[in-house]
Design a protein around this ligand. Structure first.
Ligand code: BJW
Length: 263
């Protein structure tokens, strides 16, 4: 091994111990996840190139109310393909580690809040209980006329755009650019960020607001802050500690060292 690599390995091991120690001693942990946490389940991250038929589009062209108004068939087909794909995927060790940390900390009378930007439902399927879905869900759709939500949906829809029983177009229950996040989710996030003493952002590029600003809100509340990501992000400098690697490797190790739980 080269001396530089040995140095990086030692620094990483020290950072892992530091974060495990923070997790072991915090009274209220807030973890905020992004698409990177589901990458090891086979779900492409938001900024990964789209594949096949969709390769000529960028997600930013499809994830807006304007795109849906312009071409509801195209946008609903894209979301339905993603819904079908997600239903076939399974949670990975990163999801399970977070669920185990939550149950271990709750049993010890400590608080653990999981905020997620992901719309794939994998945290809930892994057993996490206190989950705040900031950007909604791919598996709940709602009528654009009445606002009524639908969960038991055909797999896949038999027409695009799908039409609700109320006669309006059905749209995915996700939050598009320019739309407000669900008020209940924002309230829960704001309260948790005010009360937490440790904030951990995992697998998010830190470019989409308001979630990108949560590290600053947590720091203003006096919380220690940790970033877990494969790469540096525009916010890396704003975190107290950074861990580089796959969440599916790092989170189980942290769960083991901080809470003594193994998967
Ligand atoms: C791994 C890994 C492994 C890979 N292990 N890591 C302030 C400043 C500037 C702009 C704004 C601002 N406030 C609001 C805005 C506008 C806008 C915004 O943020 N724009 C920016 C692009 C500049 N925000 C909004 O419009 C939001 N609404 C809002 O603020 O409303 C205000 C309002 C109030 C009242 C009335 C009306 C309005 C809404 C944002 C909604 C975002 N929606 C999307 C789509 C959801 C549906 C769908 O899935 O199609 O959410 S956009 C997309 O980005 C999706 C994601 O949840 C979100 C974040 O992406 P994420 O999770 O970070 O993924 P990636 O792919 O970007 O990154 C993956 C990361 O993982 C990378 O870093 C990898 O390195 C890493 N990684 N494998 C660990 N194994």
């Amino acid at each position: 091994m080269q001396p530089l690599l040995i140095h990086a390995g030692v620094a990483m091991a020290a950072a892992m111990h530091e974060v495990a120690d923070l997790l072991a001693n915090a009274k209220h942990v807030v973890v905020m996840t992004g698409a990177g946490v589901s990458a090891e389940s086979g779900i492409p991250t938001f900024r990964d190139a789209l594949e096949g038929l969709w390769s000529t589009y960028s997600p930013q062209q499809l994830a807006t109310p304007e795109a849906f108004a312009r071409d509801p068939e195209l946008v609903s087909r894209w979301y339905d393909e993603r819904r079908m794909a997600v239903l076939k995927c399974k949670p990975n060790p990163g999801h399970y580690a977070l669920a185990k940390m939550e149950s271990s900390m709750s049993a010890a009378g400590r608080e653990f809040t999981l905020l997620t930007q992901n719309v794939d439902g994998l945290h809930v399927r892994a057993g996490s209980e206190r989950v705040v879905e900031l950007h909604g869900s791919l598996t709940t759709w709602r009528c654009t006329e009445t606002g009524r939500t639908y969960r038991d949906l055909p797999e896949p829809f038999d027409e695009y755009p799908p039409v609700s029983e109320d006669g309006g177009l059905l749209r995915p229950g996700v939050v598009w650019f320019g739309e407000a996040l669900p008020a209940t989710a924002m309230r829960a996030a704001t309260m948790a960020l005010r009360e937490c003493d440790l904030y951990v952002a995992v697998g998010t590029s830190g470019v989409v607001y308001p979630a990108a600003g949560f590290v600053h809100e947590a720091a203003r509340s006096g919380a220690k802050t940790v970033e877990v990501n494969l790469e540096d992000t525009p916010l890396t400098q704003d975190f107290g500690v950074t861990l580089r690697g796959k969440s599916g490797d790092l989170l189980p190790e942290l769960a083991q060292e901080s809470c003594g739980v193994s998967l």
